[in-house]
Design a protein around this ligand. Structure first.
Ligand code: SAM
Length: 262
């Protein structure tokens, strides 16, 4: 059954159809370069929230023998197959993050690990969407932020996710290397740097309609190899995306991020 899905669904497929070749190029190229520097040791990859795989490079996915995908959007497997014809991906329409009684599952990561032991996990722009999935998330947010790094221990994982988003943001193709402990405000100031007027009007708490905080700025605060960029979703909306990955067998060095013109 097709249910209303605030983080994806038919509207998202329509946006991808309309803009993925016109506006999303910088976003897709950055993801592709970033994924090249991730070296998980498993041949099994779990994609969490891949939708139709619009942002995922086929060349990267082809490296894996098995791909499993967790998606609550029943249309996603069809579009994914269309975009990645050469891959045999097994889809699971299972919601690990929200229970049927709409409660946020704080143990989602542990449950995914148990279901796919030994697999590498790629969160595909989902973690910053969690506040949209359940009201119950907000009261668990602090606990979740503390728990996520703990629960990811022992796994090779990667995530790209929204940090903040807004309307009519001056576009920039800059890629920011994020210092550890960097705050939400520093991120906003970095990308607004060229537009003093917008920055002047921006008051994070007084005018929340300008910027939406996706509650993820503190999620991977201690990771030293994070990057951020702007994704122009459509003609008016932009999202600041952060990407971070970890692999047990390959410790990142600053050289790995040299491919980005930071
Ligand atoms: C913002 S979209 C990103 C889509 C795609 N990864 C991309 O980057 O183009 C978020 C996706 O997460 C999916 N999603 C939402 N909640 C989910 C859940 N609990 N488990 C798996 N997927 C979920 C949505 O259906 C949607 O396709």
């Amino acid at each position: 059954m097709l249910k209303w899905n605030p983080t994806g669904g038919l509207f998202y497929h329509w946006l991808a159809f309309k803009y993925s070749h016109r506006l999303w190029e910088h976003h897709k190229e950055t993801i592709s370069l970033w994924l090249n520097s991730w070296q998980p040791s498993s041949s099994h990859l779990v994609l969490v929230g891949p939708s139709g795989g619009y942002s995922l490079p086929n060349k990267f996915l082809k490296k894996f023998e098995n791909i499993s995908a967790l998606e609550i959007d029943p249309l996603a497997p069809w579009f994914f197959q269309l975009n990645h014809k050469n891959l045999n991906t097994k889809f699971y329409n299972e919601n690990f993050f929200v229970s049927s009684s709409k409660k946020f599952n704080i143990n989602a990561i542990a449950d995914i690990k148990n279901k796919f032991p030994g697999a590498a996990i790629l969160f595909c722009n989902l973690l910053g969407q969690l506040p949209l999935l359940t009201k119950d998330f907000s009261c668990k947010q602090t606990e979740w932020t503390k728990k996520i790094s703990e629960d990811l221990k022992g796994v090779d994982w990667a995530s790209f996710h929204d940090i903040w988003s807004g309307k009519n943001i001056p576009h920039s193709n800059s890629i920011r290397k994020v210092p550890s402990d960097s705050s939400l405000n520093e991120s906003i100031h970095f990308f607004f740097n060229n537009d003093k007027k917008t920055l002047k009007e921006f008051r994070p708490n007084r005018n929340p309609s300008i910027i939406t905080d996706h509650g993820t700025a503190d999620l991977f605060l201690k990771h030293t190899h994070r990057i951020q960029w702007l994704w122009k979703l459509d003609l008016t909306h932009s999202h600041c995306i952060e990407a971070v990955h970890y692999s047990q067998s390959h410790q990142l060095s600053p050289q790995d991020l040299k491919v980005f013109t930071l």
